[in-house]
Design a protein around this ligand. Structure first.
Ligand code: CA
Length: 225
């Protein structure tokens, strides 16, 4: 799951980025509204945390512009103070939820997870495909009820697969959704991680959940069905 944080207060932005990364998200930061709009347009984020008071383009305008482009990424707005005006305007421009500064990080994560779940009717709180279950909020993953420890990146890839069972997902899509912009290495890193995952979920349980689709990418299949 990849999140964009649009916030010009550098300390707050890096605090939020570090915290979200510890929760297993890939996080990009934009320090002004224009950069935020550009990044949100160019990359399929799972959610955007959007400050209102921003240089170049304010949060309301970023939000309105994204919605005008039919971009329905879940948006959590950060409002500076408790004020009905701020909140009403945030929701009017198409934000999904808001949080008043200063906020608790725990609340921020809970709200983001709720927004991402609401992102579509087909997004249950606990994901299950065949014998695989993944609880995104608790960062727990199991095969046939046996807990399997995954690194944050492995967890992120499994979550992507499990939200789209049966769909072919390309290496680039995996890279875009599970690594942030700072990653400039070899896209074949995805193959390396798929190999790690197979060692954890396929080989020990004698299944083949992750299929390679030659020239196209990977597909998660219900290996029990
Ligand atoms: Ca600000």
């Amino acid at each position: 799951m990849r999140i964009l944080v649009v916030e010009d207060e550098i300390e707050l932005a890096s605090y939020v980025k570090r915290g979200l990364e510890r929760e297993g998200f890939a996080v990009d930061v934009a320090a002004d509204g224009q950069a935020g709009l550009h990044m949100a347009t160019a990359t399929p984020y799972d959610a955007v945390v959007l400050d209102i008071m921003l240089p170049k383009l304010n949060g309301y305008r970023v939000c309105a512009e994204l919605r005008a482009q039919s971009n329905w990424v879940p948006i959590l707005m950060l409002t500076a103070k408790e004020g009905e005006y701020d909140v009403a305007e945030a929701l009017d421009t198409g934000a999904d939820d808001y949080l008043t500064k200063p906020f608790s990080f725990v609340v921020l994560v809970a709200r983001l997870r709720a927004l991402m779940r609401r992102g579509g009717a087909s997004r249950p709180a606990i994901l299950a495909v065949g014998g695989l279950t993944l609880d995104p909020a608790k960062r727990r993953f199991s095969v046939d009820g046996n807990p399997v420890a995954l690194t944050p990146t492995e967890m992120s890839i499994m979550e992507l697969f499990m939200r789209h069972p049966g769909d072919v997902i390309s290496k680039i899509e995996i890279l875009e959704s599970c690594w942030d912009w700072a990653y400039e290495g070899d896209p074949n890193i995805v193959e390396v991680y798929v190999r790690y995952l197979r060692k954890k979920i396929d080989i020990p349980f004698d299944r083949k959940y992750i299929e390679t689709v030659r020239g196209a990418g990977y597909r998660l299949v219900d290996a029990d069905g």
